[in-house]
Each structure stands twice: as structure tokens, then as C-alpha cells.
Design a binder for this molecule. Structure first.
Ligand code: TRP
Ligand code: SF4
Length: 342
């Protein structure tokens, strides 16, 4: 008989911003897909987090959550191997967030680097709200309620995991069950994020309108590549170029095999190839990644209910786990629901 050790638990979320692009894939989703067999994974659509900035018009919240989930399924998240759910369908996150808000000093939240940055950079919306300041604390509740061992995130989120650890320590100092701590501190699992340029050469981002979507059909991908910026030094076909300063070169580095890379470097530097040819090869490499996604997404696009059912089933499972933690949290705080005071 073999004794299997329980797998470590991984938890991560993605804001529900609607359909995903290649940047979301190489920065996070690709990594999640790989983790499904090694860990017990919980992945959720952070729709409440989306509200912290997009609170004024909520008409697309549900649709955005569904669109994100369909992209996850297309990319290869498998509901038989991971739990996918919607944050707002597990209201226990909000209860834990509220309790955390009682013990978290304001200064901890005001000092989070993403808070200061976004307050300065996002001027078109009023982010002077309670919810926006509390964003990382809601994230702490998301994580701690599953007692996750690891949280895969990009560099920009590490400060939030650090805050999560601080909140867990503070909670554990104040409240215990018979001397025992309730909330384990999670570790960040840093996802390496390769530099993925959009079609205009800037970082691929929804707000720049330079994205290649996971749902773009092949002809659209090829067309977008054709318009992509190249090494500005290569004005004429006969000018040599340098793939290291070319956004198309960056795409090759992420998606192309060694043989293609060799052809790109040699051909570009010697002006032996044209940019059109080179972009065609980059498109080939992208299409190889995206075509299997097109295949997998078909059935969900024809019948979105299938994807919604997966989210509902995942949310039911998540609620059970979250509720078990909340029972301990309430007990540690002498606030359990099922007994009169002692
Ligand atoms: N803040 C994360 C982001 O913007 C999304 C998120 C919300 C998250 N809750 C989380 C990530 C919990 C990891 C764990 O990308
Ligand atoms: Fe960029 Fe390729 Fe043109 Fe070189 S040949 S400048 S790498 S598109």
C-alpha cells in the first residue's frame, strides 16, 4: 500500500476584466494550467475586486466573470483537476474581510505600494473609496480562508501576500482555539513574467488597445501581427535589424523554437529576410498555442451554461472549505453560531 501525502494547496485569483489576452496567459494562466496536477488548486474570478475600481457600472459583471472562465477552460484549466469559482458566490470571503478590517491598522493599507501608485495614476475614476483602500485586505481574506500553502502571483502582487502574512500573524496573536493558531501563513510563488509586447510595442494591456486575445481566430491573429511595430532602424527591406530591440523578436523569444529563432537572428541582422516573413513565423508560433484553445472553447461558446455550471459547482465546493475555516475563525473569536455564551 502506498501512502499518499496530501498535495499542498494553491490558491489564486484573477480580476474579472472580461476576455483575456496573451499577456494574461503567459503571465499567469499558463502557469496555473501546469500546477493542476502537482497541487490541490483553487482558482477564482475576483469579481468583487473588479468592483473596487469599476463600481459605477456593474452591468457586465456576470458576463465578464463568465468570459474569464471560458478563457480558463480554453487554456486548459480542467474542472476535474482544479476548483474554479466566483468570489462573490462564496460570501464567507466578505465575512472574513469584515473581521480583518477590525484588526488591521489603516497605515498597513495606506503603505501598500499598489495603492499609492494607482491613486496617482488612475485619475479618471474616484478611487478615494473605502473599498479601494481595502482591496489588499479582501485579498488577504480570499487567501487565508482556504488556508492555502502557496499563492502564485506576479511581482506586482508580492506586497499583497506580505500584507496577508501580517494579517494572519495579527489574527493569530489575538485569537486562538485552545492555544492553537487558526490561520497558517501562505507563501508567494513568484510567476516569472516574460516581457510580452502588444502590437504597438508597449506592454500588452487592455487599456492600450494593443492586445492579441486568446479568443482571436487565426486570421485575426495573423492580421494583428502584420500591423505590429518592428525595429525602427529597419526602414527598408535592405536595412539590417536587431531582434533584441524588436517587439516581434520578443514574441519569437517566448513562442518560437530554437531553429526559428536562429533563422530570425541571422536573417534579420543580415537583412536576409523581410519583416513580413518574420512576422509570418511569429504568427505561426502563436497560432500553434491558440488553435488548441479555439478547439476547447467551442463547446462552451455554443453552450455557455456548461461553463456557468462548472463555476457553480466549484463555488459550492469552495463554500464548504471556506465555511469550515469560518467556523474556526468564529470559534477563536468566541462568536460561534451554534451555542450560547459559556
Ligand atoms: N489582486 C490580484 C490581481 O490584481 C487578484 C486577486 C484577488 C488575487 N484576490 C487574490 C490573487 C487572491 C491571488 C490571491 O491580480
Ligand atoms: Fe523584427 Fe523580424 Fe523585422 Fe527583425 S526581421 S526587425 S525581428 S520583424
Amino acid at each position: 500500500m502506498t501512502i499518499s501525502t496530501p498535495r499542498k494547496r494553491v490558491l489564486s485569483g484573477m480580476r474579472s476584466t472580461g476576455k483575456l489576452h496573451l499577456g494574461n496567459f503567459v503571465g499567469a494562466l499558463e502557469n496555473w494550467v501546469k500546477m493542476q496536477d502537482q497541487y490541490e488548486c483553487f482558482f477564482f474570478v475576483a469579481d468583487w475586486h473588479a468592483l473596487t475600481t469599476d463600481y459605477a457600472d456593474t452591468s457586465r459583471v456576470k458576463q465578464n466573470s463568465l468570459d474569464v472562465a471560458i478563457d480558463w477552460l480554453a487554456a486548459g484549466l480542467d474542472p476535474d483537476r482544479c476548483t474554479m469559482f466566483i468570489q462573490s458566490h462564496v460570501p464567507q470571503h466578505a465575512e472574513l474581510h469584515l473581521l480583518f478590517s477590525m484588526i488591521t491598522p489603516l497605515g498597513w493599507l495606506e503603505r501598500v505600494p499598489t495603492y499609492k501608485e494607482q491613486r496617482e495614476n488612475i485619475t479618471e475614476k474616484d478611487l478615494g473609496t473605502y473599498g479601494f483602500l481595502g482591496y489588499p485586505l479582501l485579498q488577504a481574506a480570499d487567501i487565508l480562508i482556504y488556508k492555502g500553502d502557496f499563492v502564485p502571483v506576479g511581482e506586482d502582487q508580492v506586497a499583497h501576500i506580505e500584507l496577508t502574512r501580517e494579517v494572519a500573524r495579527r489574527f493569530n496573536q489575538f485569537y486562538k482555539i485552545k492555544g492553537k493558531e487558526v490561520l497558517p501563513e501562505p507563501q508567494p510563488l513568484l510567476t516569472p513574467t516574460p516581457k510580452l509586447p502588444g502590437t504597438d510595442g508597449r506592454k500588452m494591456s487592455k487599456s492600450y488597445g494593443n492586445t492579441i486575445m486568446l479568443s482571436d481566430p487565426e486570421p485575426v491573429v495573423r492580421q494583428k501581427l502584420k500591423t505590429m511595430t518592428t525595429d525602427p532602424a529597419r526602414v527598408r527591406r535592405t536595412d539590417p535589424g536587431n531582434p533584441d530591440v524588436c517587439p516581434v523578436g520578443d514574441l519569437h523569444k517566448i513562442f518560437s523554437d530554437k531553429a526559428t529563432m536562429a533563422k530570425v537572428y541571422e536573417g534579420c541582422r543580415s537583412a536576409g529576410i523581410g519583416c513580413i516573413e518574420c512576422k509570418g513565423w511569429a504568427a505561426d508560433a502563436l497560432v500553434q498555442v491558440l488553435n488548441p484553445m479555439q478547439e476547447r472553447r467551442k463547446k462552451y461558446e455554443e453552450n455557455p451554461r456548461l461553463a456557468w455550471d462548472i463555476l457553480e459547482a466549484g463555488s459550492a465546493k469552495a463554500r464548504e472549505v471556506a465555511n469550515a475555516t469560518m467556523e474556526q475563525v468564529r470559534e477563536a473569536m468566541h462568536m460561534s453560531l451554534n451555542a450560547p455564551p459559556k
